[in-house]
Design a protein around this ligand. Structure first.
Ligand SMILES: *Cc1c(COP(=O)(O)O)cnc(C)c1O
Length: 395
């Protein structure tokens, strides 16, 4: 089969170089060739490190996972998944079995709520939804078969703060796994393993990757056996992340610290600015002393109140329409953590399935907006809100 031009259908070897690339190479190879069956044996047995088939693992996933492991102080190598929901699925489905009971925070991410309401029960896993700020209610919801509690540190879009220390104590006392979705807070504001979480997960799609061009998730467990189960579940169900997405996420994460600092300081500035505007009924930001969970936020997050601000316009759907139309340069789009500021309107998107009364009970009127603050120049951003809110209240 030797051909003087090299192999006919396989690529040639990379040219040798005395210097190294400063950027991680992208490795799209689905398979990795080993020299002999003996070597392959050793790779599978763990005696030799080597990749085999990329659903089982590849260098770009390992590079990003290692970075996240370091940020989260994860005791074992975490697993990259094809989206944040892949990470939620790995925790909810990979660590439970029929007959178990799972408790979720009552304001979880919409798709997580859907999995709690529909998929787990279909598989014989009972679920309850409870306010993660109310430890008595959590305690009352526990059953002998409760396996897991899944919470987010800061809720969406009302930005309430979970009683994490109370939950850690309760979970330990009752031998229940505490799973923390750390997407909103990021390891920059909150180290969930240090705080006592058993499993930590992320939608890396959001602040960590940061540019709205990658779907990616991460999940890791404190316990070696559970951590291995998360990996096996992800590989078996095909939730493996693509090399290109991992590569893009790694690039995005190089600026994560700077982006986080900038967007949270602008968020504090914007929250103060909104508070002074006519037509704004209330402003919700955990860094404000009028926030109902301000003290708890300070205890958990220090001075890191993150980049999410919610506010309520004094007006109906017509005012909401006028506001997004006039908010020039800002995307009205249901995501968060992008380099650009994005605005979401829960009544028409994430919370549209609720009745107006149910939304009202959560304090979510037609004028309620959630802002994910990006990297715009802070005063220019405030000016856009000033004129868009003015347009909304005169419509
Ligand atoms: C977006 C999000 C998810 C789901 O992540 P995807 O990457 O969109 O699948 C889960 N939890 C939270 C808190 C999120 O914001």
């Amino acid at each position: 089969m030797k051909n003087e031009k090299g192999s006919l259908v396989r690529p040639d070897a990379l040219p040798s170089s005395a210097s190294r690339p400063v950027v991680t190479p992208l490795s799209p190879s689905v398979v990795y060739a080993s020299d002999t069956p003996d070597m392959l044996d050793q790779q599978y047995e763990g005696g030799l490190h080597g990749y085999t088939y990329s659903r089982e693992g590849h260098p770009n996933a390992d590079v990003v996972a290692k970075r996240l492991d370091r940020l989260e102080n994860a005791p074992y190598p975490g697993v990259m998944t094809a989206s944040g929901m892949g990470a939620v699925s790995a925790a909810l489905l990979g660590l439970t079995q029929a007959g178990d009971h799972v408790i979720g925070g009552n304001q979880l991410y919409g798709r997580s709520l859907r999995m709690m309401a529909e998929d787990l029960p279909r598989l014989g896993i009972a679920t309850s939804l409870v306010d993660p700020g109310d430890i008595d209610a959590m305690r009352a919801a526990l059953r002998p078969e409760t396996r897991m509690i899944l919470v987010e540190v800061v809720s969406n879009p009302t930005l309430r703060v979970a009683d994490i220390s109370g939950l850690v104590a309760l979970a330990r006392e009752r031998g229940v796994l505490l799973v923390v979705d750390n997407t909103f807070t990021t390891p920059r504001a909150f180290k969930a393993f240090d705080a006592g979480a058993d499993v930590v997960l992320h939608s890396v799609t959001k602040l960590l990757a940061g540019h709205s061009d990658v779907m990616l998730g991460y999940v890791a467990a404190r316990d070696a056996v559970l951590n291995d189960r998360l990996r096996v579940f992800t590989v078996t169900t095909g939730m493996t992340a693509s090399p290109f997405d991992c590569w893009l996420a790694e690039r995005g994460m190089l600026s994560f610290d700077l982006r986080f600092e900038r967007s949270q300081s602008t968020a504090a500035r914007l929250a103060a600015h909104l508070d002074g505007l006519a037509g704004v009924r209330r402003v919700i930001y955990p860094g404000r002393t009028d926030h109902p969970d301000h003290q708890r936020a300070t205890d958990l997050l220090g001075a890191n109140f993150c980049n999410m601000v919610s506010f309520e316009l004094d007006g109906t759907r017509a005012a909401a329409n006028a506001f997004t139309r006039a908010a020039e340069g800002l995307s009205f789009a249901p995501t968060l953590g992008d380099v650009g500021t994005t605005i979401s309107h829960p009544a028409s998107s994430s919370h549209r399935a609720l009745s107006a009364d149910q939304r009202a009970a959560l304090g979510m009127s037609e004028g309620f907006f959630r802002i994910s603050v990006g990297l715009e120049e802070p005063e220019a951003l405030c000016a856009v809100f000033t004129q868009a809110i003015a347009a909304a209240i005169t419509c």
